[in-house]
Design a binder for this molecule. Structure first.
Ligand code: ADP
Ligand code: MG
Length: 957
């Protein structure tokens, strides 16, 4: 604190002014105040305080003008009756007794002055001690001590007729450490009269007693009456006085209540205003609405004629009118049109200075304060007809945003420091709200921007916690995966966009580890995901870990892009390359195998032929016979293999004829039904209007038998084998993806099983000759090679589709004969071979062949007898030759060979009908040697059409 600190309440100045007006009416109080630098409005402003320096000036001019050096003491004595004491007086009076009043001087004094601290202490029934010490830094003057004493004196008058007595025991201004006053006051009139009343009763009683003892009745009556009268008067007067005091108090209380109410009302309005401005922010969204709301509230709550807010433009070069109340239209236009430049340092306009220097202005009676205002401001005030105004800057943390101004047109009341303080409060609340609103708006805008970005991004944006629970998913991702938001938020990624498998668990574990290890790096990887409909999609993911405030990995932000097409194209390219390599390899292998097989077969034919020549004329008793038979048998088996190789390498001609594929499928399925285990179900799905293909029925059946047998091997515990036929068109797209296929009309034969399927590595090699996964002796690896060769020979295309554990499908596409030719060709199709009822003896040492043959023939109506070698065949034949219509005889059998057996049969019945079955094409010399004795030839393994056809032909010959 120093002598410039505002410490003294404007009420003190007001007491002086009132005192002067009463005692020295000729003195110009405005001049006195101006001299002391106290604005006139301060008298109405309880919030205003003046400094020690101002107090000194005031004393100086007062003494000078009145010529009364005791002026301060006298003014102090006036305090109790002054209006300036105001509310404070009522407050003190409310206490009723003088003691309480003086004791509370401690608090009351503080509202008047912050320049000194007062302490009070009761020392007698009508006596208190008051000490007073000026605050450090405040150079109090002796006249202030005088003034204080005057005030203490005056307070006594509230209750008694006279002022209180003040004894000044020690004085700060005389070098003591503090001022010490003893205040005593006289008893109140009520108090005295109450005593009189009480004593008079006592007197009366004593007198009554004396009179009774000494006098007669009459004087007794006179005395009694007069004493009674007096006592009654004393009581009445006592009551009257009490009433009077009470009346005075009540009146004072009433005034005080009124003033208190007014003050409360103002404070309430002010508090409400600030609160309402605060509340406004939460509901106001636009920065433009805010000044208007503030002004509306000011108009409602405050007592100014007009108010307005001007805000700086974005560049802070101009102040722009943003709203106001109380102005007529033309005035508002003036406000709107007047340019307030903020970027001109020489500008002295009130608004501009208030804005630039962050300085508030309070000007009462503008015209008389002209010297303090710039010319332009004056001109402006004139235009607006302003009489007094306050202008405060709207400041937020050192940055000025605009100004707030109010003014009064009429002089209804001077503007005060309290008004200024309140407006400063309003302005700072407004500033705060403006900044909040702006930052809220900015936040909202940026949030909207990002939301927009996230929602409309053509990328998957997803957040999930460390357990995999999805916490956010953008619209694009919802559509992409096929989940509406409420059906995926809160769900785990496992079981939704990732399959719920062990592999997924492993993958997620690895991912978390990676993210924790390298949190700074973005993790990018491609992953197969799943749509809601089960469709698989490839997504290129970018993962970013999100850490909580304590540094723990809490969530993972995943951004993904659909790369399914890309992946597919890549895969297709790879597939095509592999197909091409595969096709070339097959071609090469085919050429190689074909070349060898052809020569090899010739060699085998030679071995076979010479062996047979050697065997001619030797019976089984001949020492070489068994060995020769073994050579013959082996050669035959070798020849069978080479024959398949030849088919693969397409060295065997196909006899293409118009064929109804459905018919062949039916025949093969009948045969398969009898040979493969019952736990395998055979299902047919044949197109009704299937186109005609040009094919070699025998070879088609070979294809189906091979595929059927493979399917059987793939389903050791049973399953389903399906044959399906369909007309299809292979388009350019299909052909571009499948090397070796040519666009056009095809008949599709699909052979599928539900067996164990194949791994990719196996699938790549299945058509290669000698490729087998089956154990030694079980598979030759030639089955599919043969199928491949046959399909190629037919100008067709074969594809395999297999999945481990699920099964395998072979698709064989056979070209359709041209439309026109088709109808014609259809008529040429051989009708199904007729059935028969004849008896047939089937001779073969291979049990399976015997079984297949028997099933087949029996299903066509024939009665079948069997024999597993030449000897037993002869035995059967010799017994039942007249019942046996036909013998099917395997040429190479151990013990007694086919040839010997044939001779035996012919011996019994020279006209016997015998068909020779052979594992290789019976040709050349061999065929010749049987030409005269056998009626027909069929090749092994049995081909349904061939066997039935030959059987019928021979029987009917
Ligand atoms: P083989 O049957 O003598 O092994 P194939 O050429 O018929 O020779 O078949 C080659 C290989 O292809 C088989 O060993 C097997 O691994 C695989 N294979 C063929 N067909 C199927 C099928 N339907 N299911 C599973 N694997 C098959
Ligand atoms: Mg096979």
């Amino acid at each position: 604190m120093d002598d410039n600190t505002p410490v003294y309440s404007s009420r003190i100045a007001k007491i002086y002014v009132e005192f002067l007006k009463r005692k020295y009416p000729s003195i110009d109080t405005d001049y006195i105040l101006e001299y002391a630098g106290i604005p006139t409005y301060a008298l109405h402003d309880q919030g205003y305080r003046f400094s020690q320096n101002q107090a000194n000036l005031l004393q100086e001019i007062l003494v000078k003008e009145t010529g009364n050096p005791d002026i301060s003491r006298e003014a102090g004595r006036y305090a109790a009756s002054s209006e300036a004491f105001g509310v404070l007086k009522q407050y003190l009076l409310g206490l009723i007794t003088p003691n309480a009043m003086y004791l509370l001087m401690e608090k009351a004094y503080a509202t008047m002055s912050k320049g000194a601290v007062v302490k009070t202490r009761q020392i007698g029934p009508q006596e208190v001690e008051i000490t007073c010490r000026p605050e450090p830094g405040i150079n109090e003057r002796p006249h202030q001590c005088e003034n204080r004493m005057g005030m203490f004196e005056s307070v006594g008058k509230f209750f008694t007729r006279n002022q209180a007595k003040v004894k000044h025991l020690s004085c700060y201004h005389k070098g003591d450490k503090e001022c010490r006053y003893i205040i005593s006051w006289e008893k109140t009139p009520t108090y005295i009269w109450r005593l009189i009343r009480n004593y008079s009763f006592l007197l009366f009683l004593l007198a009554l007693l004396g009179v009774i003892l000494r006098f007669q009745v009459v004087p007794l009556a006179i005395l009694g009456l007069s004493s009674l009268l007096f006592a009654a008067f004393a009581s009445y007067f006592c009551l009257y006085l009490e009433n009077k005091e009470l009346h005075k108090t009540i009146q004072n209380q009433g005034d005080a209540a009124k003033r208190l109410y007014e003050e409360m009302n103002i404070r309430y309005n002010n508090a409400m205003l600030i609160q309402e401005i605060g509340q406004a922010t939460s509901s106001i969204m636009g920065i433009h609405e805010l000044p208007k709301t503030v002004l509306q509230l000011m108009e409602k709550r405050l007592d100014f004629d007009r108010g307005m807010i001007m805000l700086a433009n974005r560049e802070k070069t101009r102040l722009l009118f943003s709203g106001g109340y109380g102005y007529v239209r033309e005035q508002e236009d003036i406000l709107r049109e007047t340019e307030f430049h903020l970027d001109r340092p020489q500008s002295k306009g009130v608004f501009v200075v208030a804005f630039r220097d962050q300085k508030p202005f309070l000007v009462n009676d503008i015209m008389n304060n002209a010297k303090n205002l710039s010319e332009r401001s004056l001109e402006f005030a004139k235009q607006l007809e302003a009489h007094s105004f306050i202008c405060v800057p709207i400041v937020y943390e050192k940055e000025t945003l605009g100004i707030l101004a109010v003014d009064n047109v009429t002089t209804k009341r001077p503007l005060t420091q309290s008004d200024l303080s309140l407006l400063l409060g309003v302005a700072s609340q407004t500033a705060l709200n403006m900044v909040q609103t702006t930052s809220f708006q900015k936040l909202q805008e940026s949030e909207e921007k990002y939301r927009d970005l996230v929602e409309n991004a053509n990328s998957i944006i997803l957040r999930r916690d460390t357990d995999g629970i999805i916490t956010f998913i953008n619209e694009f991702a919802q559509k992409f995966f096929g989940y509406p938001e409420d059906e995926i938020i809160g769900k785990n990624i496992k079981g939704t966009i990732l399959p719920d498998t062990e592999a997924t668990v492993e993958y997620l574990k690895g991912l978390m580890k990676e993210l924790e290890r390298n949190p700074a790096e973005q993790l990018v990887l491609e992953r197969e995901n799943r749509r809601r409909n089960g469709e698989s999609v490839w997504i290129a993911w970018t993962f970013r870990p999100i850490f909580d405030s304590s540094g723990h990995l809490s969530e993972i932000l995943s951004i993904g892009n659909d790369v399914t097409e890309l992946k597919r194209a890549e895969q297709e390219k790879k597939d095509l390359e592999a197909q091409l390599v595969g096709a070339q390899k097959m071609e090469a292998v085919g050429t190689l195998a074909g070349g060898i097989a052809h020569d090899f077969n010739n060699i085998l034919q030679a071995i076979f032929g010479y062996t047979q020549i050697l065997m001619l004329g030797k019976d089984e008793n001949h020492p070489d016979y068994k060995k020769l038979a073994a050579i013959e048998n082996s050669a035959q088996k070798a020849s069978e293999l080479t024959k398949r190789l030849l088919i693969f390498s397409r060295k065997v001609e196909s006899q293409l004829r118009p064929v109804d594929l459905n018919h062949d499928v039916l025949q093969v399925s009948t045969m398969l039904e009898r040979t493969i285990p019952k736990m395998i179900e055979i299902r047919l799905d044949l197109a009704e209007d299937l186109s005609i293909v040009k094919a070699d029925s025998v070879q088609l059946e070979q294809i189906m038998m091979n595929l059927g047998v493979n399917a059987r091997d793939a389903m050791p515990t049973g399953g389903r084998l399906s044959f399906e036929t369909r007309n299809v068109y292979l388009d350019d797209h299909f052909c571009s993806l499948n090397v070796g296929s040519i666009p056009g009309e095809y008949v599709l034969l699909s052979v599928s099983d539900t067996g164990q399927g194949m791994e990719k590595e196996v699938e790549e090699h299945i058509f290669e000759p000698f490729f087998t996964t089956k154990e030694l002796g079980k598979g030759t690896g030639l089955g599919l090679a043969m199928v491949y060769g046959i399909v190629k020979n037919h100008g067709g295309y074969i594809a395999c589709d297999s999945e481990p554990g699920r099964g395998t499908t072979f698709n064989i596409y056979l070209p359709v004969v041209e439309e026109e030719a088709s109808r014609e060709e259809r008529s040429k199709i051989e009708l199904p071979i007729g059935r028969g009822e004849e008896s047939i003896l089937l001779v073969d040492d291979e049990e399976s062949i015997v079984e297949v043959g028997r099933e087949l023939l029996e299903s066509y109506g024939y009665a079948v007898m069997t024999a597993s070698d030449g000897e037993s065949a002869l035995e059967v034949y010799s017994k039942k030759y007249n019942q046996i219509d036909l013998v099917i005889l395997d040429l190479s059998m151990p013990v007694m060979g086919g040839q010997q057996c044939l001779e035996g049969i012919l011996k019994i019945e020279p006209e016997a009908k015998v068909i020779i079955a052979s594992g290789y094409a019976v040709a050349g010399n061999t065929r010749d040697s049987f030409e005269h004795s056998a009626k027909g030839f069929i090749s092994k393994p049995y081909n349904v059409s061939e066997i039935l056809k030959t059987v019928r032909e021979v029987l009917d010959s």
